[in-house]
Design a protein around this ligand. Structure first.
Ligand code: PEP
Ligand code: MN
Length: 338
């Protein structure tokens, strides 16, 4: 349920409505927009008729949110969310590119990649220190040592850091190093992990599960938001289909659909979707044309030697080329690159 306040309603009126809702057992989420304040009330809607909200001064209307996700829905917040992190605005006019290796492999590899992607125009460095691998015999990541290399790269380049959290036990440690916490596709419905990142004061990049519907994905976002963290960046990274030439199937239709249903920013990871570097730049451009707010791209200084996801990683030269081609598309859709 949302309570739309009249644009002239002052804090006293807003507080009175909140007090009444809280007394009736509702959980409150306040959204102060430029135009008006919206009070989100989560609880048993059968009681809402009894507390006379519509008669209260300052209340314009009471609207039920029909979708199962409430805080993530456009009904709750009409304007798109712009996430402010380390001087960047994600979800605004500027398209941001996060780039870097699949996994942090060594200090040299991370620092070299950071310099390369920064020069090409990326604003965020990606790299996993904890890797969710299909095989327990594959490289699992450098863990805290890898986080230290990422932090050093941030100090040297000014890039922000996005890195994956896989386990509730390591959330506090990773949050000390990272600017943005990534929830990987395989963990999209790890509800205890979602609840844990909800308590952290850092934005969360929430990947879509390989077999998750849009509604399930938005419900995962709802878990984090209802726990108090509203700064969520959704990331489409390909879903399972019958097609096996590509690693996954990039669902570009999800971009306009999610943007219609939700106010959260959406970025696209064509690297994991396609799984073959050759097709990554084309789909990166397609994603921006379809309205994505940013990209997550795997780049490795020497892809054939990569410990993880070499076949989908762009070389520095190919990343540079992609970034300059991207510029044209970004301008064509009326947006900017940093
Ligand atoms: C990654 O970004 O390195 C990753 C493991 O991606 P996903 O969770 O989308 O497979
Ligand atoms: Mn990868």
């Amino acid at each position: 349920m949302i309570i739309v306040m009249d644009h002239r309603a002052g804090d006293d009126k807003i507080d009175a409505v909140i007090t009444r809702l809280e007394k009736a057992g509702f959980q409150i989420h306040l959204s102060r927009g430029v135009e008006r304040t919206i009070i989100g009330a989560i609880g048993d809607k059968t009681h809402i008729g009894d507390i006379g909200l519509e008669a209260m001064s300052g209340v314009e209307k009471v609207v039920p949110i029909l979708q199962p996700y409430k805080l993530a829905s456009r009904t709750f917040q009409e304007e798109g969310t712009v996430i402010k992190v380390g001087g960047l605005e994600i979800g605004g006019d500027t398209v941001h590119v996060a780039a870097g290796p699949c996994a942090v492999e060594s200090r040299e590899q991370v620092l070299e990649t950071a310099e390369i992607v920064k020069k090409a125009g990326a604003t965020i460095l990606r790299g996993g220190a904890f890797k969710p691998r299909s095989s327990p015999y594959s490289f699992q990541g450098l863990e805290e040592e890898g986080l230290k290399f990422l932090a050093e790269a941030r100090d040297l380049t000014g890039l922000l850091i996005v890195t994956e959290v896989m386990d509730v036990r390591t959330v506090p440690m990773i949050a000390e190093y990272a600017d943005i916490l990534q929830i990987g596709a395989r963990n999209m419905q790890n509800f205890s992990l979602l609840r844990e990142v909800a308590k952290v004061d850092k934005p969360v990049l929430l990947k879509r599960g390989p077999s998750a519907t849009i509604e399930e994905w938005l419900m995962a976002a709802e878990y984090i938001m209802s726990g108090g963290n509203y700064n969520i960046i959704l990331c489409e990274r390909g879903i399972k289909s019958f097609e096996n030439y590509t690693r996954n199937t990039l669902d570009l239709t999800a971009i306009p659909v999610v943007k219609h249903l939700s106010h959260l920013p959406v970025i696209v990871d064509p690297s994991h979707a396609i799984g073959k570097w050759r097709f990554v730049p084309t789909m990166a451009k397609a994603a921006i044309a379809a309205g994505a707010d940013g990209l997550l791209i795997e780049v490795h200084p020497n892809p054939p030697e990569a410990l993880c996801d070499g076949p989908q990683s762009l070389t520095p030269a190919n990343f540079n080329k992609m970034m300059s081609e991207l510029q044209q598309v970004v301008m064509a859709v009326g947006r900017k690159m940093p």
